[in-house]
Design a protein around this ligand. Sequence first.
Ligand SMILES: C/C(=N\NC(=N)NO)c1ccc(NC(=O)c2cc3cccc([N+](=O)[O-])c3[nH]2)cc1
Length: 298
Amino acid sequence: SNLPKELSEKYMITKKIGVGVCGEVKLAFERATCKKVALKTINKKDFPASVGTATRSAEREIQILQKIDHPCLIKTKDFFQTDDSYYIFLELMEGGELFDRVKSKQQIKEPIAKLYFYQMLKAVEYLHNNGIIHRDLKPENVLLSSHDDVCVIKITDFNQSKILEESALMRTLCGTPTYLAPEVFTDAVTVGYSRAVDAWSLGVVLVNTFICYPPFYPDARIGLSVSDQITQGIYTFIPSKWDGISDDAKDVVKKLLRVDPNVRLTIEEALQHPWLMVRFIAVSLPGPSAINVGTFTT
Ligand SMILES: C/C(=N\NC(=N)NO)c1ccc(NC(=O)c2cc3cccc([N+](=O)[O-])c3[nH]2)cc1
């Protein structure tokens, strides 16, 4: 493929290491340092809408990728673009996607699930504090830094993300409401809770991590479509799958999978939940991933 000359001069691209929805991930070597990096190629033509909105949404994602700075969010190391593709160089995440780890492993042990979930919460707490809603949290978008169970995880793929900006609606609410219709206020509340979608998704990811499949899935025995199961908040803790998992863990799931976003656990509240407040054993991760991802107290 017609890689930009300056890209080929700086990096040697080798094998495919992951396949995404809108492009693939390849292993690359920076020629000057021989350091390994991941190259995510995003084909502009793969974007659904017309070129206009596609490039805007892609440029918004690139802007987010270059702005974010947290140990549990993927970092870009370099960036090139041609007329038909974006080339994003990222830190290598040798453990691959949580999706594949959950698929292959019989069951991820609770302390490991808690370690991953804590890091996801810290990453999403950072995003929300910076006015970014991810809106596509799923095991495919959680990368593991190594093959060890005890490792740093990083969230990726900001294709669906939204930046919360000062809106006309917010400015309207600053004025005197004398002539304002009631729905303007209720709309404001709805917009104000849009970040709650990430808390719901993390609840689904947590169930998936624990019992290897999601709480809402097509099953004739339930007699409801997946979307009906979700809108009615209908799921069950299958005893055989949840035996041996603590009541605190189940309590976090129940409070994240609340249909009403106004009462759903926020990221901040989840970080205060007894399940996450337990003392962690201080884990000294080997190699470059030995970054402090949060207050792991012994
Ligand atoms: C930014 C982004 N996606 N953005 C987007 N619009 N996609 O829809 C994005 C999506 C996925 C990834 N994935 C990886 O970096 C990634 C996947 C994978 C699998 C095995 C092994 C490795 N590895 O780094 O060793 C992997 N890295 C990295 C970036």
